[in-house]
Ligand binder design. Structure first.
Ligand SMILES: [Zn+2]
Length: 314
């Protein structure tokens, strides 16, 4: 484990882990960490969890594992180019926008923009990193970067270690192990391993491995974004209705998960409205993708649902 005490102390200061605030009330010992593969996943899956935890006085950190800098259609729309014409600077512009959106969304939910931690690993390449048994450094095809970076705030590794981390498997795991050690979460939220997006599945595997490495004893909940073969139901903004399972082409969706989900967290109409606003803070309609936006807003329901991947029954 590449964790060193000095780094922990530096980071503890950065994240304002004062012992005084920890003693204010029992709720202060509640520490929630939401891991998002891309900026926006945290509000799609966990906006309600985040706002309710903050209202209770819990400490909440959102960890964006990538900057969302591998979304070619969005980069093209943002910079008014054809997909075939976009280059690294266009992906950096997208990365800057999406990071800003995550910070704004966190404020809408009652948090502080600086409660966002950006790891800055490559969007679209988490699966390649996880599968890299020889721990080789990967260069992201879109940005051409081969080390962590962030443009609105410092990436986590640079902020704590003074230099970026190379894009390799051990770097991701090392950063996650450090974060779990320092933040001492009581609850972890991460995308589910049945998700249709490889970055989302891999985010789960990386977080699971890091949790095992540190002997994490808290709760782990997963949320679903790209459920297969289709998700969520019912479509559209329906703040008065719960999530539903449906048959799609003879197959029960979402695939591979128990239904009903083991955990339902009700949202008041006001909370559902704020969730909608936090999702709209990630609006990329400016780049001409209304369908994508509508799909995101369909996660506004009367509840949020979670699965418990580490229980033997699943
Ligand atoms: Zn995502």
């Amino acid at each position: 484990m590449r964790f060193c005490l000095k780094s922990a102390l530096v980071f503890a200061i950065l994240i304002d882990l004062s012992s005084a605030s920890a003693q204010v009330s029992p709720a202060r010992s509640e520490s929630i960490v939401v891991f998002a593969p891309h900026p926006d996943d945290e509000v799609i899956g966990c906006a309600g969890i985040i706002m309710q935890a903050l209202a209770r006085g819990a400490r909440v950190k959102v960890v964006d594992i990538t900057s969302g800098d591998g979304f070619d259609a969005a980069a093209a729309g943002l910079t008014h180019k054809k997909v075939a014409e976009v280059g690294p600077d266009d992906y950096f512009a997208l990365s800057r926008l999406r990071q800003t959106q995550s910070r704004n969304a966190l404020e809408i939910l009652g948090g502080k923009a600086d409660d966002l931690i950006v790891l800055g690993y490559p969007d679209g390449d988490l699966g390649n990193l996880y599968d890299s048994t020889d721990d080789k450094v990967i260069r992201q095809q879109f940005t051409k970067k081969n080390e962590t970076y962030a443009l609105i705030q410092k990436d986590y590794h640079t902020s704590v270690h003074g230099k970026p981390a190379p894009y390799r498997r051990s770097s991701v795991l090392g950063d996650l192990v450090e974060l779990l050690t320092v933040l001492q979460p009581t609850e972890i939220y991460v995308t589910d391993e049945t998700d249709g997006h490889v970055d989302h599945r891999t985010a789960f595997w990386f977080v699971r491995d890091a949790a095992q490495q540190v002997g994490y004893k808290g709760a782990v909940y997963t949320y679903l974004v790209h459920g297969l073969p289709a998700w969520p139901f019912p479509p559209g903004v329906t703040p008065n209705r719960p999530f539903e399972s449906r048959k799609v082409d003879g197959e029960v969706a979402p695939r591979g998960l128990p239904w009903p989900p083991p955990r339902h967290v009700p949202l008041t109409p006001e909370q559902a409205q704020r969730k909608l606003e936090s999702i709209q803070a990630h609006n990329i309609q400016v780049v001409g993708m209304p369908d994508h936006q509508n799909e995101m807003e369909s996660f506004v329901k009367s509840e949020e649902v979670f699965w418990t991947p580490l229980t033997p029954s699943r």
